[in-house]
Design a protein. Structure first.
Length: 410
């Protein structure tokens, strides 16, 4: 007897947010596809910075890209720029801990976010810093899903067989940069306060942030943060509100896709209104458990009319979405329990037809040229082993979510 699929999703309401999302007008937002476009822009910004550089990242790899960024940060500190680098303790690994001393001798301030070891088995271990933000002189900021790691830094067994890791970031100028500056400074202040060394100073406030002038011809944009205090559901709510207004198309690209009931119900409701919904998901799995767990949910989505496309050209690391030609988001948040219930995440939402069109075109090309569409009939004819494997993976992830995050929506 085949395992039963997860229960059909039903809609529900998210708890009211304590921190409302602010839309800032007059921003220049430039789309950057893959590290090929991102790292030249990031390195140029490091070299051009004159006063302060503030960077947060989940991974800082010891590869050619990581070394170039390390040397650039050291050179910036050497010419008198204040450089602050925050790396997640789990994602950064041993190399991040070495950077504390290696960059410290050059005057770079490096902190490790939650340096706990996995063997301590603490629930807070999974409450990681997953966001990727870089701010320069309070005037230019980058945000997205790209870690400090080479696009081709992949396991040896697939090296040379796959293309570059598929991911996105944006470069921002204008009023939204003040919000990003405040976000990184408040987290840095929080860690200093937790150190109990009496040197944290007063908490950064919006009034202390220099206000950037609106850019001529700029677009409205929002910074959406997820944390475990005031913004627990902020990113999920942004998606659901956008889905509610969809009239023509929805495209979601997510490296890890294991949405809860509300999210699945919202997608099915969008299709029910006659809107085309396409999901671009991993076809080259980096982590088998998450990959097979998400496949357990394909059935109800396919039956509801959602198109599912698996990206096979390389590892998919994107966390982006487009709704019609009016709304688009680029950031660090996947659609899974880790991102939506555990980690610190950061997305930018852009309310502009031109930007949405550009991002939508890149995603559409990836769907058409580098993906395979999951056929509903083929999926339904899976053998018993595939069904059991997917179902077991789903159960493991769901139980872990309940235990670690106490998430009731998954």
């Amino acid at each position: 007897m085949s395992p039963s699929p997860p229960a059909a999703p039903t809609a529900g309401r998210l708890p009211r947010l304590a921190a409302p999302t602010v839309v800032y007008g007059g921003n220049r937002v430039r789309l950057l596809v893959n590290g090929e476009q991102y790292f030249p822009a990031l390195l140029a910004a490091i070299e051009s910075a004159r006063r302060v550089i503030e960077i947060e990242t989940y991974i800082f790899a010891e590869d050619n890209i990581g070394l170039r960024v390390m040397f650039a940060l050291a050179a910036a500190a050497g010419r008198g720029v204040e450089v602050r680098l925050l790396i997640d303790g789990f994602g950064g690994g041993d190399y991040a801990r070495r950077l504390v001393s290696e960059l410290g001798v050059h005057g770079v301030q490096v902190k490790i976010y939650r340096p706990e070891r996995w063997w301590r088995l603490e629930r807070k271990l999974l409450r990681r810093l997953h966001r990727k933000i870089a701010v320069f002189d309070e005037q230019l900021a980058f945000i997205g899903g790209i870690n400090i790691i080479d696009d081709h830094n992949v396991p040896a067994h697939v090296r040379g067989r796959l293309g570059p890791r598929f991911d996105f970031a944006v470069a921002c100028e204008g009023p939204i940069v003040s919000a990003m500056t405040l976000a990184v400074r408040r987290l840095w202040w929080t860690l200093a306060l937790a150190g109990l060394r009496g040197r944290a100073g007063p908490m950064p406030t919006p009034r202390q942030m220099p206000r950037q002038a609106a850019v001529a011809g700029g677009v409205p944009a929002s910074l959406v943060l997820r944390d475990n205090l005031r913004n627990r559901h902020a990113i999920e709510r942004a998606y659901l509100q956008a889905f509610d207004s969809a009239r023509e198309q929805v495209i979601v690209a997510s490296a890890y896709f294991l949405p809860g009931r509300r999210f699945r119900a919202a997608l099915l409701a969008v299709v029910g209104r006659g809107v085309r919904v396409r999901l671009l998901l991993q076809g080259q799995p980096e982590y088998a458990l998450q990959y097979y767990a998400q496949r357990a949910l394909y059935g109800q989505l396919l039956e509801g009319g959602v198109e599912i496309h698996e990206y096979f050209a390389s590892y998919l690391h994107a966390k982006v979405a487009v709704v019609d030609d009016a709304w688009a988001t680029v950031g660090s948040s996947n659609i899974d329990p880790y991102s939506l219930l555990l980690a610190r995440e950061a997305n930018v939402v852009v309310h502009d037809a031109g930007f949405a069109s550009r991002l939508g075109a890149v995603l559409a090309e990836a769907i058409e040229q580098s993906s395979r569409r999951i056929d509903p009939d083929d999926y339904a004819r899976r053998n018993w082993f595939a069904r059991a494997r997917d179902w077991c993976a789903y159960v493991v992830v769901r139980v872990a979510t309940v235990v670690l995050a106490r998430g009731r929506d998954y």
